[in-house]
Design a protein around this ligand. Structure first.
Ligand SMILES: Nc1ncnc2c1ncn2[C@@H]1O[C@H](COP(=O)(O)OP(=O)(O)O)[C@@H](O)[C@H]1O
Ligand SMILES: [Mg+2]
Length: 243
């Protein structure tokens, strides 16, 4: 039913980062607290670690703080207290310009609403990060489009493609700068079961073929079970689960 949507690898993986000896966790979160003005803490002492190449699910009911946590991990917002280290580098007190560079070099973001530019084609949306950072396409755009099975719609504008295709394009775009980590916030929230499965296969392919670490937030407990590594958020606290 969905098997033909994800092809086996066909090309050399140009984006691959040579495997390096593991230097400890790629993400470290310690005693993290986030309180929005005058309200009880959304995150009230959250501690966990993510290993390089791991695919971690963060799950919990709507409002439990998943988006808040991803925004903190990606340096899009600052915590009230606690530590966050990305590849051993502490980011909580980091100046904004340095944080912006770290985001650009190391982190890819994927959102529920895809955030594509509707009048640009699939290919143009995908290659946007290369244009913005004035990096020459070394063949990675075509490689990723074919790997993600969207090469055949490369010249369609984003407003004409399906939700599943749009999310695969958004993940392709997130891969352009060879991020170490992808932060995905409810990436299948607008998709039906079949497209959810397709998108999850793409994430699995990304960790396997490129060694990219994935942190995916979802309210869907069944989806969270795709991974044997989970962080359950409730009442500001995190419970770690592994199968
Ligand atoms: N910018 C903000 N200002 C005030 N409250 C916020 C803000 N962002 C989120 N919240 C509140 O924090 C809680 C957690 O929100 P969120 O992180 O979006 O949860 P989730 O993604 O798990 O649904 C909610 O009660 C939400 O209303
Ligand atoms: Mg959310």
């Amino acid at each position: 039913m969905m098997a033909d949507n994800v092809r086996p690898p066909q090309t050399v993986n140009r984006l691959i980062i040579p495997k390096q000896p593991r230097m400890g966790p790629i993400v470290r979160v310690k005693d993290l607290v986030k309180r929005y003005d005058g309200r009880p803490a959304v995150l009230d002492g959250v501690t966990f670690e993510v290993s390089e190449g791991e695919f971690v699910m963060i799950y919990g009911r709507s409002g439990c703080g998943k988006t808040t946590l991803l925004n903190l991990l990606g340096g899009l917002d600052r915590p009230t207290a606690g530590l966050i280290a990305i590849e051993g580098q502490e980011i909580v007190g980091m100046p904004e310009d340095q944080l912006a560079k770290l985001r650009l070099r190391k982190i890819g973001f994927v959102f529920q609403d895809y955030n594509l530019l509707p009048d640009l084609t699939v290919r143009e949306n995908t290659e946007l990060p290369l244009r913005l950072s004035k990096v020459q396409d070394d063949g990675r755009v075509s490689e990723i489009l074919s790997k993600f099975d969207i090469a055949q719609i490369a010249n369609e504008t984003a407003n004409k493609i399906s939700g599943g295709e749009a999310q695969r394009t958004a993940i392709a775009r997130a891969m352009m700068n060879s991020p170490k980590i992808i932060l995905a916030d409810e990436p299948t929230g607008n998709l039906d079961a079949e497209n959810t499965e397709n998108v999850m296969r793409i994430f699995e392919l990304v960790t396997k073929d490129y060694g990219t670490t994935i942190v995916l937030a979802t309210h869907d407990k069944d989806l969270a079970k795709h991974s044997s590594s989970r962080v359950y958020l409730e009442n500001g606290k995190a419970t770690l689960e592994t199968d």
